[in-house]
Structure formats: structure tokens, C-alpha cells
Write a protein that binds this ligand. Structure first.
Ligand code: NAI
Ligand code: MG
Length: 497
């Protein structure tokens, strides 16, 4: 069936959804969540005070209220964590039967499911993302990753037959703040399944759920030192990745820090995987199911406040449907609810930190200055906390900063194209190459595009869908190495060529 949409003949007034769309607040309860006022470092299976004696606050970006204070790991703490991981690797984990290792990983997965509500609330409090996202996406996917990799633990010889797969040793892992527990799961689950031990550093603005995961490791009797969780900012991360006792470094975060890490590891024997930024193109053809595409575009950039490395932050629309798509987008944006991340009706939560908010503001100002036309959703912003309204830019040209730089916020730049070739050229015209989306009624066109897009993940008539069996990773400056799926085992293994 072919679906064509004529552009509207006359300007259609914006719809006024008014009271029909007002919901009563439906906040998720918090009384079942126990957040300790202070968190130590999780080293060698126990909570240890930092040798530095220093602590820093993690706040809730939606209220700016202090949630807890966490330890700042110094070089000596990093050293203690790496030593514990080394001992656990040599004495326990690498000697354990793979089947037994798998059982521990299954237990972790089940415990995450049991504590799912608590973890979801903590994630939304600490990072600002809507409970809809943490409850329905982050936490279930984190459990799914542990389940999935638990299954591989005793089947590595079948995954890579005849190659004698062997663990690497101690993995040093540094993760960002946009999917705190999920990124911890992406990093820890395959590392453990392959027989490695781990030192993980969560982001300084969102350490809470990784620390709750440490508590889960205790509850399931994971042998001491197999996973160590140390908190701190960039200096702690840098000390971890350059520690000589680390055999493998896995990093997700900004391109700038990724490049710095790559330089600092040059000439060392350490293996490295990097998952960096993106500037994904969401490409809408005139024959696409437009209403479905609108939902995909909205979800791909505005849910999670655009704090997604594969966010569809550039919209490429076929010229003949440009006006229709923009009108429908504006109508839908008018119904988005921004506010309390714990409210089950909330679509758009808080920006993760003041620093991130400033970065978004700076790039949006650049967009206006360069002549693009701005439209922001008319939603009121709460008085406290860090907020930015869902925003689109039309009249964007490829040379504008908003079309080239990763904004990592709820900001969409709209460009047009006339032919599939032009769409392809514009989509690939970026330093990044993490993901892309294609919306069309024609399967042949979808596959033609997908085969030519220089992006690690390409979604067809959907966007931002994840599954532990499916590998994820980038081209060009988006990084290298894959996470998820069978391919996600390889960065944690030595295999005979
Ligand atoms: P960042 O790259 O500074 O932070 C990510 C992680 O790396 C954090 O745990 C941080 O403590 C750690 N880190 C910082 N400096 C380090 C160093 N020298 N060595 C080792 N670890 C270090 O990212 P930031 O400043 O939070 O965000 C800046 C921009 O990066 C965002 O605006 C966004 O564009 C991009 N970003 C991309 C992410 C992705 O998933 N690809 C995630 C987060 C941010
Ligand atoms: Mg926080």
C-alpha cells in the first residue's frame, strides 16, 4: 500500500488541546526507596571509605536537592580497586567453571528485576529522566543484558568455534550519565561472562544506581573483588584507565575524552573500546506513514531530554512533505508534558546538570544567530532544577553548528532533501556515525539506504529500539568496538585468529 500525503492547501491553525489533555499528577511513590545519606567505595566486596577522605554530592537535577554524598576515589583508591580485581581474577573468577560464573550473572539479573521499582525511582531522581523511561526501558534492559550474557558464559567455545577464547584480565570501565544503570550493565555483563573482573566508574552526576548495583553484588554473594565500583569525576576516570594493572579499557562518553584516552593508551598493551557521540539523521520520505514517523521523531529526540548518543537530532524530510511534517511535529510538541521525572505522565524530564543545560543553551543561541528558525514547545518550566523545552529548528543548513555538533539535549534540526541520493549524502555528511533512522513505505528504498548509510545502527520505521541480542556501536568519530549481541563478547576476549 502506498501512502501519500499532500501538503496542506492552506495554513492550518495550531490545535489547542487545552484542558482535554490535562492530567492529574500521578507521582511514583518514593517511600520504598532507601537512599543512604553517604556512599563509600565498593572495593573487594565491601564498602570502604576513600583514602582521600573526600566526598561530593549527587543532586536531583529536577529539584537541585542533595540526594546523597559519594566518595571521591583518589589514585590510591583506584590502585586498591584494581588490585582487588586482579586478585579476584587470578584466584577465583578465571578459575571458576564458566557454568558457575553464568549462575552468578543470572542471579544479578533476577535481583535487578526484583528491585526494579526501587532502581527506576533512584534513576529518575538522580539523573532527571522520566519514570516512564527508567521503569520501562532502562531497568528492564539492564536486567535483560545480564540475562543475555549469563547465557553466553558457558558457550564461548560455541560463539567462536576453534578459537580458544580466553579472558583478558581486569577491565577498567568508565560510563556516562545518560543511561547510568544500563551502561553499567552493558559494560559489566559481557566482561563477567567472558571471565574478566571489573573496576567500574559511574558518572559523577549519576552514581546512585551503580552503587545500588554494588549492593546487589553483595546480596547475590558475588565473590569479593570480581566487580568494584569506584566513584569520582574525570581525574578518577583518568587514573583508572592509565593504571598499569588494567588490561582492557571500555569508555562511553564525549568524543573529546575518548580521544584523550586513546592518546594516553597509545603504545600500551591495553585493549580499548570507545563509544562516543553521534549526530544521527532520521530520514523521512514522502511515502512514509507520517503519523507513525512523527511519534518516532518525537521519541527519538525529546524523550530522555535528547540525552541519548544515538538521538535522532537531525531530521531529513523529503521536501514535498516538509510543511506537513513540521506542522504535525508542532502539534505533537504542544501535547508533551515536561516536569517532575517521577510523574508517570511526564514525557520530558530534567536536563542532567547545570553544565549540560548551559551547553544546550549555548548551541541553541548559535542556531538562532546563524539564522535558523526556532520553535519551542509552549510548556511551562518548573521554577527549580535544570530544564529546557523541546525545540525544533527549521531553515537549517548543513553548515550550521546545530546541524553538525552534538547538542545532547531536546533540540531537533530539520533539513530537507529531494532524492534518496541527496538524503544519503546529507545523512553521511557528519564526523559521527552511530545511528540513523529511515521512514518509508518501500522496503527496497529502506534497504538501499540502510546499506549505504555510514552508521552502526539503522532503524527502519522505528527509532531507539534496543535489544541485548543486537550489537551497537559506531563508525568514524562515534568510536569503535561493539556492545551487545555476540559481537559484544569479542572486546572482552583473546581469540586465536
Ligand atoms: P565526559 O566524557 O566528560 O564524561 C563521561 C565519563 O567520563 C564520566 O564518567 C566522566 O567522569 C569520565 N571522564 C571525564 N574525563 C575523563 C578522563 N580524562 N579520563 C577518563 N574518564 C573521564 O562527558 P560529559 O562532560 O559528561 O558530557 C559532555 C558531552 O559529551 C555531552 O554534552 C555529550 O555531547 C557527550 N556525551 C556523550 C555520551 C555518549 O553516550 N556517547 C554520554 C555523555 C556525554
Ligand atoms: Mg545526580
Amino acid at each position: 500500500m502506498s501512502m501519500t500525503h499532500d501538503p496542506p492547501k492552506a495554513a492550518v491553525p495550531a490545535l489547542d488541546f487545552g484542558a482535554a489533555w490535562t492530567y492529574a499528577p500521578a507521582p511514583e511513590a518514593t517511600d520504598h526507596v532507601k537512599i543512604k545519606p553517604r556512599h563509600e567505595l565498593f572495593i573487594d566486596g565491601s564498602w570502604q571509605a576513600p583514602r582521600s577522605g573526600r566526598y561530593f554530592d549527587s543532586i536531583s537535577p529536577s529539584s537541585e536537592a542533595k540526594l546523597t554524598e559519594v566518595a571521591e576515589a583518589s589514585e590510591a583508591d583506584v590502585d586498591a580497586a584494581v588490585s582487588a580485581a586482579r586478585r579476584a581474577y587470578e584466584q577465583v573468577w578465571s578459575r571458576m567453571k564458566p557454568l558457575e560464573r553464568g549462575k552468578y550473572i543470572y542471579r544479578i539479573a533476577r535481583r535487578i528485576q526484583e528491585k526494579a521499582r526501587e532502581l527506576a525511582v533512584a534513576e529518575s531522581l538522580d539523573g532527571g529522566k522520566p519514570i516512564k523511561e527508567s521503569r520501562d526501558v532502562d531497568i528492564p534492559l539492564a536486567a535483560a543484558h545480564f540475562f543475555y550474557y549469563a547465557g553466553w558464559a558457558d558457550k564461548l567455545d560455541h560463539a567462536f568455534p576453534g578459537s580458544n577464547p580466553r579472558p583478558l584480565g581486569v577491565a577498567g570501565q568508565v560510563i556516562p550519565w545518560n543511561f547510568p544503570l544500563l551502561m553499567a550493565a552493558w559494560k559489566i555483563a559481557p566482561a563477567l561472562a567472558c571471565g574478566n573482573t571489573v573496576v567500574l566508574k559511574p558518572a559523577e552526576t549519576t552514581p546512585l544506581t551503580a552503587l545500588m548495583l554494588a549492593e546487589i553484588f553483595r546480596e547475590v554473594d558475588l565473590p569479593p573483588g570480581v566487580v568494584n565500583i569506584i566513584t569520582g569525576a574525570g581525574a578518577t576516570g583518568a587514573a583508572l584507565v592509565r593504571h598499569p594493572g588494567v588490561d582492557k579499557v571500555a569508555f562511553t562518553g564525549s568524543t573529546a575524552v575518548g580521544k584523550q584516552i586513546q592518546k594516553s593508551l597509545a603504545g600500551s598493551r591495553k585493549k580499548l573500546t570507545l563509544e562516543l557521540g553521534g549526530k544521527a539523521a532520521n530520514i523521512v520520505f514522502a511515502d512514509a506513514p507520517i503519523d507513525q514517523a512523527i511519534e518516532g521523531i518525537i521519541g527519538g529526540i525529546f524523550f530522555n531530554q535528547g540525552h541519548v548518543c544515538c538521538a535522532g537530532s537531525r531530521l531529513l524530510v523529503e521536501e514535498s512533505v516538509h510543511d506537513l511534517v513540521v506542522r504535525k511535529l508542532k502539534d505533537r510538541m504542544a501535547t508533551l508534558r515536561l516536569g517532575d521525572p517521577l510523574d508517570k505522565n511526564t514525557d520530558v524530564g530534567a536536563i542532567n546538570s547545570r553544565m549540560q543545560l548551559e551547553k544546550i543553551r549555548e548551541l541553541v543561541a548559535a542556531g538562532e544567530q546563524e539564522g535558523a528558525e526556532r520553535f519551542s514547545a509552549p510548556c511551562p518550566l518548573p521554577p527549580r532544577g535544570f530544564w529546557f523545552p523541546p525545540t525544533i529548528f527549521t531553515n537549517v543548513s548543513l553548515s550550521h553548528r546545530i546541524a553538525r555538533e552534538e547538542i545532547f539535549g531536546p533540540v531537533l534540526s530539520i533539513l530537507t532533501f529531494r532524492t534518496p541520493e541527496e538524503a544519503l549524502e546529507k545523512a553521511n555528511n557528519t564526523f559521527y556515525g552511530l545511528s540513523a533512522g529511515i521512514w518509508t513505505d518501500k522496503g527496497a528504498k529502506l534497504f538501499w539506504m540502510a546499506n549505504r548509510l555510514r552508521a552502526g545502527v539503522v532503524w527502519g520505521n522505528t527509532y531507539n529500539k534496543f535489544d541485548p541480542t543486537s550489537p551497537f556501536g559506531g563508525y568514524k568519530e562515534s568510536g569503535f568496538g561493539r556492545e551487545g549481541g555476540k559481537a559484544g563478547l569479542l572486546p572482552y576476549l583473546e581469540v586465536n585468529g
